[in-house]
Design a protein around this ligand. Sequence first.
Ligand SMILES: Nc1ncnc2c1ncn2[C@@H]1O[C@H](COP(=O)(O)OP(=O)(O)OP(=O)(O)O)[C@@H](O)[C@H]1O
Length: 488
Amino acid sequence: MIVVERLSGGYEGVPIVKDVSFTVEKGKILGILGPNGSGKSTLLKVISGILPATTGTILLDGKDMKAYNARTLAKKMAVLPQLHANAFSNTVREAVSLGRYPHQTGFFSSWSELDERAVQYAMAQTGVTRYEHTPMEILSGGEQQRVFVAQALAQTAEILLLDEPTNHLDIAHQRQILDMVRKEALECGLTVIMVLHDMNLASLYCDELLLMENGCMRAIGPPHEVLIASQIEEVYQARVATYAHPEIPKPQITMMPAASKHQQRAVIVKEDFKITTDYIQLKSNIPLKTVSSAVHNPGIGWYDCLVNRSVAGDYIIKDVKCEVAEFLQREHFSLTSTVVMLTAVSTELVALNEYKAPFGGIFVVVTAGVGKAVDVSRTHERQDEPYIGTINTWVVINGCLSEEAFFQAMMTANEAKTKALQSENIRDERTNTIATGTATDSLLIAATQKGAEMLYGGPITDVGKIIGKGVFETTVQAIQNYKMKHRS
Ligand SMILES: Nc1ncnc2c1ncn2[C@@H]1O[C@H](COP(=O)(O)OP(=O)(O)OP(=O)(O)O)[C@@H](O)[C@H]1O
């Protein structure tokens, strides 16, 4: 455990780091972030004793760091500096072995089994064993960086100070080094303080983050309390946005380029839609931000082509995703920029309407296969296999929606669809109650993200009102088309 209390320090009387305090418990990782010149490396140098502290104290396991002599301190704390002054005549093994110097009584005179094990372990953990006998100078920058990390690890200290350990490393090696650091922290109780420029890596790997600004602490805490977009924007003077990591509960940050999203006004027009016997298509000349439950490219993304493909009523394919990919290739659609839904309804039964509004307006496109509609409040009573029967709804908006508005627009559209089923007296034939949808309905909201900004998409917002009316009317029309065909 390391406790830093009101620490200040700098270079020859020039104060750089001012009044910094924090605690890192044994086995925890603290990441230091901050813009260039904010004092991250200087802070690490003062903590490691390379630079003297002008004020403040550092306690290692409760004992003032000043009370340790150089050799005992080196056994306690290992440092990977940002710039490496290295005698490049060494081989990798020799460079890593330098990490064992605090454990030697006379230099290399008492090489023990323990020293050998530590060096072998450090080389293995950093993936440099195969370069063991290679001279340092012929390694790439990333390979050398891993050797320096191995050198610090070979010191087998309880506290590891790392200044930009992922410098020069490709993503696979960044992951290897940071996974190794985390494993050492979790399994061996290694306490780590590391300077990282990459906020996303810092978020993924650190228990706490310290954000530096002009030599002072701007914020400290778990990643979600430090990586707040407005705070990062202020400190770095750069526009950013945060989003959730897809797999683990850690925030991620993305840079927003200077170009304004409101620069041009792009508009989807009716001529952008095409209806063939096989599919209904929207081809946009700009990518649309899309939220959907489609079969191909579902979720949130940017796509310039939407396809609602009509398949045979007996379309039961084991690997639907694979079959859809084959269809896209056959029809010369891009796999990466096309969203695909499937319907058993023939494309001539589609309802497609435009609704103009001061903000720009929307298009609603619906195919409604309601032959096997279900009442969602009663589906728990049935044991049958899911069957095809699908209402596919697209809402394409000429406007700019917030994240919140996208999800509210989905709710608004779904409520309008359910109301249309009620209005058309579509029933769940097993329960004879009003149906709320079918077993495999799909919904898509797409927006140009240009022009008018819409913060909300609920039923009484400008965009919500028109989605409500548009989806209701268009779904009714699609249901009537379906009824007409299936009556005859
Ligand atoms: N040896 C030195 N002598 C005098 N001033 C220095 C020295 N090294 C760094 N500084 C100054 O201290 C300030 C903080 O530098 P430091 O290297 O700690 O920043 P940093 O946050 O690590 O930056 P970076 O992200 O660019 O690595 C800078 O203004 C820098 O010019």
